[in-house]
Design a protein around this ligand. Structure first.
Ligand SMILES: Nc1ncnc2c1ncn2[C@@H]1O[C@H](COP(=O)(O)OP(=O)(O)OP(=O)(O)O)[C@@H](O)[C@H]1O
Ligand SMILES: [Mg+2]
Length: 328
């Protein structure tokens, strides 16, 4: 894999916290890489380091084969949509989009107008130039922010939770549209989110960060089926983590803990006995909270009519992941 974006041993520390690193990543041209991690795990800091808005304390950053570690933001050719994609409320849509073109050598009025029209069409806002920002929906504002980032024809697109202001249904649709748009443009993209569902929907690969370090970098199904750590297993998707007797009954050896996903547990005729304490109906299925005799509580995904609260049931696991106890 020849990398288009490289982070090599990059480290960033604030007075007391190591926000990032050391972190090494290689991203091939045209890839959508998602940075996924909990709040405070260093996602925004990684993007700001890539964009040149922060300087690393150690390590090297390469874009398109060039060492840009000491290159200022304006010369890095990164388009960034910030976490709170502040549009300028006193400027109209066209002026907002043109903003990124000013100061980048594009002074010719006609060329600016043509470029603004082109990127607005690209994001599905053809003819919106003279609209006021406050008159737009959240999703439309998000697309203006994206158009503004794309207008200077960056070589890398950096997106920091750009969909977090949208309501769930709009968010899901915008996700699909955004992925299609990025693939159409073919631009190498780093997308930050703290939501697993969003990471899976958007990314070619997903990098899971915890406390500024890379826990695992893989395609979605690989992360879900073969998590490298208990942290990844529990952060990416739902998971039951078990120790001791119940873990051993489900197939773990001594000193191991078991991670089992709700959909891999089966309400069976024999196995680990327990009682259904709660049932959460989701329509297509239901989550059952089953308490074992040891007092472990396991979440099981099954058919909505599979059991009722108070039923005695037996659990079998179709697939478990085991981890050494001391690494958890
Ligand atoms: N300018 C700053 N000064 C001091 N500490 C900072 C600064 N910026 C970030 N940090 C700290 O660095 C760590 C990583 O912050 P960062 O903003 O990168 O996290 P994040 O993963 O983007 O979180 P969120 O999901 O909440 O946006 C945090 O502990 C944060 O408090
Ligand atoms: Mg952030």
């Amino acid at each position: 894999m020849s990398a288009f974006v490289t982070l090599d041993g990059v480290r960033k520390q604030w007075s007391h916290t190591v926000a990032v690193g050391p972190l090494s990543l290689e991203i091939p041209r045209g890839e959508i890489l998602v940075l996924l991690g909990p709040s405070g795990s260093g996602k925004t800091t990684v993007l700001r380091l890539l964009g040149g808005f922060e300087a690393p304390d150690a390590g090297r950053i390469e874009l398109a084969g060039e060492d840009v570690t000491a290159v200022p933001p304006a010369r890095r050719r990164c388009g960034m949509v910030f976490q709170h994609y502040a549009l300028f409320p006193h400027l109209d849509v066209g002026e907002n989009v043109a903003f990124g073109l000013k100061g980048r050598g594009t002074r010719n009025e006609g060329r600016v107008e043509a470029k603004v029209a082109e990127v607005l069409t690209l994001v599905g806002l053809e003819g919106f130039e003279r609209r006021r920002v406050q008159e737009l929906s959240g999703g439309q504002q998000q697309r203006v922010a994206l158009a503004r980032a794309l207008a200077p024809e960056p070589q890398v697109l950096l997106l920091d939770e750009p969909l977090s202001n949208l309501d769930p249904s709009l968010r899901e649709r915008t996700r699909r549209e955004l992925r299609a748009l990025i693939k159409r443009v073919g631009i190498t993209t780093i997308f930050v989110t703290h939501e697993q569902e969003e990471a899976f929907a958007l990314g070619d690969r997903v990098a899971v960060l915890q406390a500024g370090r890379l826990e695992q970098l893989a395609a979605a199904d690989e992360l879900y089926e073969h998590p490298a750590s208990v942290f990844v297993a529990t952060f990416v998707g739902r998971a039951n983590v078990l120790r001791g007797k119940t873990a051993q009954a489900l197939g773990a050896g001594p000193g191991q803990l078991v991670v089992v996903r709700p959909e891999r547990l089966i309400l069976a005729d024999a196995g680990v006995p327990g009682v259904v304490r709660e049932r959460r109906y989701t329509g297509a299925a239901a989550f059952y909270l089953v308490e074992t005799e040891q007092g472990d509580r396991l979440e099981v995904l099954a058919r909505p009519e599979a059991a009722r609260v108070g039923d005695r049931v037996y659990l079998e696991a179709a697939r478990v992941l085991t981890f050494p106890e001391e690494r958890a």
